[in-house]
Design a protein around this ligand. Structure first.
Ligand code: XLS
Ligand code: NI
Ligand code: NI
Length: 441
């Protein structure tokens, strides 16, 4: 088998004092943290689109990185990508991968030919997975946003023919996911939204988006799929307004259409910030509503207003993320997919490794801090005490449904002013506890 990165060996854990850029400082795969190995807690995944296909092309210039994998023919390149991806995963110790159908194999002349070529690639991946059972598919999805046919939307297109084409493409992507044993199937609606309401029937578009999801669930279950379906919220980009704006909006949509039992969230850090939320906010909303599923691990740039998809290096954010993940009971079918790309200027092959090492170590450090925050207990205790008025007396009576508004009026009239029942929120003290824990590791 051809080796694509022959100057790079298996990346080892060398501990926090190591200065070797090709070593993990914090990610020690077999170390047990909160009852599971770091590998099991973090479930890292490689994103096929950025890593195997993304060459740095942007609106102002062509690619800077060579992602041809030494092949000019499309089918040969698709196969080479599989080999190169497996090599990257093996060298980094990453078990999972995620793909769009078109990342694996592009469109050819007809849908039938496109499907046949995709089958050949998924057959090859299945073969490679058989040889190496550590490699698993985290989730699959369909790229229903790049081709011109999706210019007005896919499931939300004004054209019923485009809806039919979308259904055909999603059906095939679900089959590919099932064939490769995936435990997740993602819907990210990049073009499911509108540019102007002057030309848009929002009600019909939302009904149709739900129709496609319902059909997908029914079909996937009928062919034996027992994994999760995810919606990946994002407020905008490429479309001005996307229907799956944020977790709360998506929850309203799922409940309206009776889809809430089949879907969970795939939360992406940079999408949260585009929606003017923190990453932790989106995770908390998902957790509190029982729909926490999977994560697209990346980060945005606070000075830029778009999805920069940077490799995550902000440890404060990864710590608060892993705090939510641990509180949610950890990942089940989900994991941490690096929906992230090296900067356009980081174009050399080794940059792939530096990027993943940076992301994996940042999450490993985040996990260590989050575990310590929970073990330390000061933050949990503070929150518990802050709400202690709900565990007895009038608070408990309200929760138990024992009091009416008239009873509460009587209580307030008798008791008088309520301000003296409050105490400080102690934000700065709590933030300093987090810093204290972060730097005591
Ligand atoms: C784009 C999304 C996309 C999804 C998969 O912003 O993050 O990459 O993760 O379609
Ligand atoms: Ni994503
Ligand atoms: Ni994104």
């Amino acid at each position: 088998m051809k080796e694509y990165f022959d100057s790079i060996g298996k990346i080892q854990y060398e501990g926090k004092d190591s200065t070797n850029p090709l070593a993990f400082k914090f990610y020690n795969a077999d170390e047990v943290i909160c009852g599971k190995t770091m590998k099991e807690q973090l479930k890292f995944a490689l994103s096929w689109w950025h890593t195997m296909g993304g060459d740095g092309t942007d609106m102002f210039g062509c690619g800077t990185a060579d992602k041809s994998w030494g092949e000019t023919d499309s089918a040969a390149r698709s196969k080479a990508k599989v080999d190169a991806a497996f090599e990257i995963m093996t060298k980094l110790g990453i078990d999972y991968f995620c793909f769009h159908d078109r990342d694996l194999s592009p469109e050819y002349g007809s849908l039938a030919e496109t499907n046949a070529k995709l089958d050949a690639v998924t057959d090859y991946i299945a073969e490679r997975m058989k040889e190496d059972s550590s490699k698993k598919l985290l989730w699959g999805t369909a790229k229903c946003f790049d081709h011109p046919r999706y210019m007005h939307g896919a499931a939300t297109s004004p054209s019923a023919d485009v809806f039919a084409y979308t259904a055909a493409q999603v059906k095939k992507a679900v089959e590919a996911t099932v064939k490769l044993g995936g435990k997740g199937y993602v819907f990210w609606g990049g073009r499911e939204g509108y540019e102007t309401l002057l030309n848009t029937n929002m009600g019909l578009e939302l009904d149709n988006m739900a129709r496609l999801m319902k059909m997908t669930v029914d079909y996937a279950r009928s062919i034996g799929y027992n994994g999760d379906f995810y919606i990946e919220p994002k407020p905008k980009e490429p479309t001005k307004h996307q229907y799956d704006f944020d977790t709360a909006t998506v929850l309203g949509f799922l409940r309206k259409y009776g889809l809430e039992n089949d879907f969970k969230m795939n939360i992406e850090a940079n999408h949260a910030t585009l929606a003017q939320h923190t990453f932790q906010h989106e995770l908390r909303v998902a957790r509190e509503n029982g729909v926490f599923g999977s994560i697209d691990a990346n980060q945005g740039d606070p000075l830029l207003g778009w999805d920069t998809d940077q490799f995550p290096t902000n440890v404060y954010d990864t710590a608060l993320c892993m705090y939510e993940v641990l509180k949610a009971g950890g990942f089940t079918n989900g994991g941490l997919n690096f929906d992230a790309k090296a900067r356009r200027g980081s174009y050399e092959p080794e940059d792939i490794f530096y990027s993943y090492i940076a992301g994996m170590d940042s999450f490993a450090l985040g996990l260590r801090i989050a575990a310590k925050m929970i073990e330390d207990g000061r933050i949990d205790k503070f929150v518990e005490d802050r709400y202690s008025s709900w565990t007895s007396g009038i608070g408990k009576d309200i929760i138990d449904g024992k009091v009416s508004m008239a009873d509460l009026e009587k209580y307030a009239l008798e008791k008088g002013e309520a301000t003296d029942s409050l105490s400080s929120g102690r934000q700065e003290m709590l933030e300093s506890i987090v810093n204290n824990i972060m730097f005591s590791l």
